[in-house]
Design a protein around this ligand. Structure first.
Ligand code: C2E
Ligand code: MG
Ligand code: MG
Ligand code: MG
Length: 286
């Protein structure tokens, strides 16, 4: 009966809540120490142009190796880091590490493609974000054109005037800008033009079933056309198979990122991996 279930349910509920709170606190505290304890590292995923058969960029993706929890995925800890503020020092570390690594590869003559870095809205809205970017580029010696910042639509929409001025300064610095997870937010065409980003990254959720789901196909095609019309580069995220690839190719979306070519790989595997990636140019399949 309800009378008997009530207290039990309540107890169960609070226990579940306690576990959740405990987990969050564990993550929060862990994140505060993660940098000092050297638990964070970056992996890199190639971006591939299937028309020219070349690697056109690398996205840096954050990983956290926790001593007890093991490898914690970004989907679990990024939001916690944003809410607790840890994302600010962590984001700075990501920027410095990725830029320094890109410069190292360039200097060794191994690889000269832009490095894409995800920027959290919390980090972007910090006073002095522009100065931080300038400082990181200066300290690492990386040419600004080799840094691409990945931003989200929601970031651009709040405080649009302020965002616009920051983006403009970044563009003047020569840094590239991409909108990540495109299609999941609310950008209007007007914003896209005004913000002068370089590229749209079509969200993985549309690409997943693009070859079998007419709605996803329609959305993906519309994004590709819109990007072309606005003179923006377009990249498809999360490409895993031939069917997706040939759909994108048919729609003239030539830059892709996904497990089909490569999962994100550890820093010391990047160069070797890039050599091994075999890319069939579009013409070879005609
Ligand atoms: P994202 O920026 O959209 O990154 C792409 C995500 O999709 C990565 O997950 C990548 O491993 C995954 N992915 C790539 N290709 C495929 C594929 O073919 N199939 C599938 N199933 N997945 C694929 P990851 O590394 O777990 O990162 C998740 C999200 O966490 C990122 O999404 C990004 O929003 C955030 N993130 C990662 N690193 C950072 C960082 O350094 N700073 C911030 N602020 N956010 C980060
Ligand atoms: Mg990204
Ligand atoms: Mg993202
Ligand atoms: Mg994405």
């Amino acid at each position: 009966s309800a009378k008997e279930d009530g207290p039990n349910k309540f107890r169960f509920f609070t226990e579940a809540m306690n576990v959740e709170i405990l987990e969050r606190l564990t993550l929060e505290n862990g994140l505060r120490l993660a940098l000092d304890r050297d638990e964070l590292f970056l992996v890199y995923q190639p971006q591939v142009n299937i028309s020219t058969g070349t690697i056109t960029g690398l996205e840096a993706l954050l990983r956290w190796q926790h001593p007890q929890l093991g490898l914690v995925p970004p989907s679990t800890f990024i939001e916690v880091a944003e809410n607790s503020g840890s994302i600010v020092p962590i984001g700075e570390w990501v920027l410095r590490t990725a830029c320094a690594q890109a410069k190292k590869w360039q200097d060794a003559g191994l690889l000269a493609v832009p490095i894409a870095v995800n920027v959290s809205a919390v980090q972007f809205r910090q006073q002095g974000f522009r100065e931080l970017i300038r400082e990181v580029l200066h300290d690492t010696g990386l040419d600004p054109q080799y840094l691409e910042l990945e931003l989200t639509e929601s970031l651009l929409l709040t405080n649009a005037d302020v965002m616009f001025s920051i983006l403009q300064d970044l563009r003047e610095m020569g840094v590239k800008l991409a909108i990540d997870d495109f299609g999941t937010g609310y950008s209007s065409l007007g914003y896209l033009r005004q913000f002068q980003v370089n590229r749209l990254k079509i969200d993985r959720s549309f690409v997943r079933d693009v070859a079998v789901n007419p709605d996803d196909a329609a959305i993906t095609t519309a994004i590709i056309r819109m990007a072309k019309a606005l003179n923006l580069e377009v990249l498809a995220e999360g490409v895993e198979n031939e069917a997706q690839l040939s759909f994108l190719r048919a729609q003239h979306c030539y830059v892709i990122q996904g497990y089909y070519f490569s999962k994100p790989v550890a820093v010391d595997q990047v160069v070797e991996k890039l050599r091994a990636v075999s890319i069939k140019p579009a013409s070879s399949t005609a």
